[in-house]
Design a protein around this ligand. Sequence first.
Ligand code: HSE
Length: 313
Amino acid sequence: MQHKRISVFAPASVANVGCGYDILGFALHEPGDRVIMQLNDTGKVTLDRVEGDDGLLPRDPGKNIVSAVVNYFLKKTGITQGVSIELYKQMPFGSGLGSSSASAVAGLVAINELMGTPLTREELLPLAMEGERLACGNAHADNVAPALLGGLVLIRSYDPLDVIRLPYPENLYVGILYPHVEIPTLEARKILKTNIAVTDAIKQWGNIAGLVTGFCTQNTELIGRSLEDFIIEPVRAMLIPRFYEMRKIATDHNALGFGISGSGPSVFTLCQNKETARKILLLLQELLNKDGIGSTPYLSAINKTGPLVEWIN
Ligand code: HSE
């Protein structure tokens, strides 16, 4: 029997957004991952092709994130169905841009569409979070939620899961620089402190409240003032080459804010227009070049729509 094929692109995302460790994230337009999927009559979930990963991702359908989340989906919905999967990695992993989330979300949206959307995007979220658990040992949602739902997302609570889409000023532009050093999320989580001082927590709470208020009221100056992380960034910054020099360049050139994207090594700068973001990225690249560290820049507005679905004949 001839089955329909679907292609789904799911975007990269910036998790934490400065002070919102594990609770804030927004989606980008690029980079991202693409999954092409088709039902089959074998009764099995197969991984037929993986490209763009230099052979590094697992080919075993039990271990690869995309096939794993497709299996979670089939289990949850009680559907017995063979599925053939192709994964096209179009973004680096271990980069702090939510690479595993993009793959998981593309896979989940593809199977859900192929099956006639038995689940809403919100209902796919816990399955995507299980993909994160498989990727790095922790089921956080600050990459998968924006990759799946688009836009800027707040995870107000994990238990019960309470996810809120936030408004934001339309003119915001994001510059991302991915320095070519690898920081696995698992390692970047292990080094964090397990206790924090109340004095630091107070400053952090103030900033999170200020940041969310700034986004909701379109107050870019307040967003800039609040984009400061007193708890996670000081620990992780030492893993990122010339982090504080990069921050100074960004703030000296009119960035609203600067921080680590997810668990790094990518850094992001939030700006009021594309030109500012572009200029800062060039200067950051020049700085890292002095140490012989290559880097990849990405420029994007916040992506409101999330995954892109295309049927292929
Ligand atoms: N909130 C996560 C972290 C995002 O910072 O570890 C990375 O996946």
